[in-house]
Design a protein around this ligand. Structure first.
Ligand SMILES: O=C(O)[C@@H](CO)OP(=O)(O)O
Ligand SMILES: [Mn+2]
Ligand SMILES: [Mn+2]
Length: 555
């Protein structure tokens, strides 16, 4: 490694390293809400968090929009941008924003896009656009899909198929039909303009179709493959008909869970199965839930995810890079901004031992996202990764998730004495928050609190430092609100439960058990996730690099 000596962190002039480890707990999807009846975080009984808030150093920080590299103040945070920003100590333009810029400047229509257009027009093959119909700006954005359809139309593409994943997680639930109608309109106009075939060819809810992550459940991707590629999912004449029928069969079903389907013609043949010579663009820009399908399209015979049955020879491109280590996918429409010199890289160079762990659902959050979308370690000799297998159920059915097992693993890491920096993620607030089941979200928070209580005692005994924060809000605001912020109710008076993240600030708690004077400075009122890395580096006993956003600690 070049410059290893030069780039080591310097000892902090005032703060000595604590005798025990610095332990960072990221409560996924836990913001500071209104403390009303729809705030599962405050409704939950959380004695550990309550006493930490009152006895330790406590403040809130920002985790949305421009504070994490997203286009606007109204953009809620999410795990990718949140953990990227936590790990980078700086704010980088994130996927959503980079694609917006590339569309505005036209840079997206060079390179890979030209290759795709050349192939489909010269060979008369089809262009397939797979992705999430959403304007949540977390995994995808409808404006990007519209731009792709419009450009294909202008380039005279004759056959274009959209494989539609339904959201209900980053947008209000049960709105799938609205996004479908929007796309159908764009496709209809393009078909008319070109005299070609522009159609939705398959679809399904994102949590059961295609968008698995961290290999939690490959069956999800297999179902997507059958729907999009093989054209072999349950047949329907249109996406609208599929959504209507599936809702009739399971009243109240969330868009996330709509079964996969394939659109067929009058003879029952799939209208847009994927064939040799076709081109495929996965228009999601976020990596975690895009990686597995990308593997399925690009891996050779050693692919072990599921039996693909038929692997069409296609040109496959991602909206952007999904995995920096494996350079995957090889073809992409927009290059990401590299995120160098993350906190883990600096700590590894300095020889600080690190442990990172979480259950499967968020394992990549504290490794891959934390390290700027890289899955590899910087120094295997000093870094340990630990994964606890997640349950494979809707999380409202097991809202405690693996909180206890994660706490066990962290406490073991503390007791081993081998690690100076320990970081972990507790998914409960987020994963259960996304189900829109309020009572379950309360249980999730209580299980996270029990875990924090145990970890807090272990950190105290080891004379370390406990840092508790989050990556964005979710469970603290579980109801849809109107423009004035008032709760929205259904006709029968029940709350319209919200399944998405929020733009709320998040907590930052520091409990130092090493007899050091640790207090927050008061001159960074708009402190955000980007300020956490410098703060952690100081707590570890080093000077934060000047390139990072400043520390939140008093000097
Ligand atoms: O589940 C996910 O993919 C997102 C929401 O779309 O949540 P998070 O950013 O918390 O991982
Ligand atoms: Mn998250
Ligand atoms: Mn989430």
């Amino acid at each position: 490694m070049p410059d290893l000596e030069k780039s080591q962190l310097a000892p902090h002039p005032r703060l000595a390293p604590p005798p025990g480890p610095v332990v960072l707990l990221v409560m996924d999807g836990v913001g500071e809400g209104r403390h009303d009846a729809y705030d599962a975080v405050s409704v939950a009984r959380t004695p550990a968090l309550d006493s930490l808030r009152s006895d330790a150093a406590y403040r809130t920080i920002l985790a949305h929009g421009p504070y994490v590299g997203l286009p606007s103040e109204t953009d809620m945070g999410n795990s990718e941008v949140g953990h990227n920003t936590l790990g980078a100590g700086r704010i980088f333009d994130q996927g959503a924003k980079r694609i917006d810029i590339a569309v505005d400047s036209g840079a997206i229509w060079t390179g890979t896009w030209q290759e795709i257009i050349a192939q489909v027009t010269q060979r008369g093959t089809a262009l397939h656009l797979i992705g999430l119909l959403s304007d949540g700006n977390v995994h995808s954005n409808m404006t990007h899909l519209a731009a792709l359809i419009g450009k294909a139309r202008d380039k005279g593409v004759h056959r274009l198929f959209v494989h539609a994943l339904h959201d209900g997680r980053d947008v209000p639930d049960r709105t799938a039909e609205k996004y479908v109608a929007e796309v159908e309109q764009e496709l209809g106009a393009a078909a008319q303009a070109t005299g070609g075939t522009y159609r939705i060819a398959s679809g399904g809810g994102r949590m059961v179709t295609t968008m698995d992550r961290y290999e939690a459940d490959w069956r999800i991707v297999e179902r997507g493959w059958q729907a999009h590629v093989l054209g072999a999912a349950r047949p329907f004449a249109s996406a609208t008909e599929a959504i209507e029928q599936l809702r009739k069969e399971t009243p109240g079903i969330s868009d996330q869970l709509l079964s996969p389907y394939t659109i067929v013609d009058e003879d029952g043949r799939p209208v847009g199965a994927i064939q040799d010579g076709d081109c495929v663009v996965f228009f999601n820009f976020r990596g975690d839930r895009a990686i597995e399908l990308s593997w399925a399209f690009t891996a050779g015979a050693d692919f072990a995810g599921f039996d693909r049955q038929r692997v069409p020879d296609v040109l496959f491109a991602g909206m952007t890079l999904y995995d920096g280590d494996t350079d995957m996918p090889k073809l992409r429409l927009v290059e990401p901004e590299p995120v160098p010199d993350t906190i883990s890289e600096l700590l590894a160079r300095t020889g600080v031992t690190q442990w990172a762990g979480a259950e499967t659902q968020k394992f990549g959050h504290v490794t891959y996202f934390w390290n700027g979308n890289r899955s590899e370690k910087f120094d295997p000799a000093t870094e340990t990764y630990f994964e606890i297998p997640s349950d494979q159920v809707p999380f409202n059915e097991r809202p405690w998730m693996k909180s206890a097992e994660t706490a066990d693993a962290i406490i073991e890491a503390i007791h081993s004495g081998r690690f100076r920096f320990i970081r972990a993620n507790f998914p409960g607030g987020d994963m259960v928050g996304h189900t829109g089941v309020f009572e379950a979200a309360v249980v999730a928070m209580e299980s996270v609190d029990l875990a924090i209580d145990r970890i807090d005692r272990a950190v105290k005994a080891a004379r370390g430092t406990l840092v508790v924060t989050a990556d964005h809000g979710n469970a603290e605001d579980m109801i849809e609100r109107d423009k004035q912020g008032e709760p929205v109710f259904l006709a029968d008076g029940t709350p319209r439960w919200k399944t998405a993240h929020s733009t709320n600030p998040i907590p930052l708690i520091i409990a130092d058990y090493a007899d050091r004077d640790v207090t927050f400075r008061d001159d960074v009122p708009k402190g955000g996730l980007a300020n956490v890395a410098s703060t952690l580096i100081e707590l570890l006993g080093y000077e934060a690099p000047v390139e990072y956003e400043p520390t939140l600690l008093d000097s």
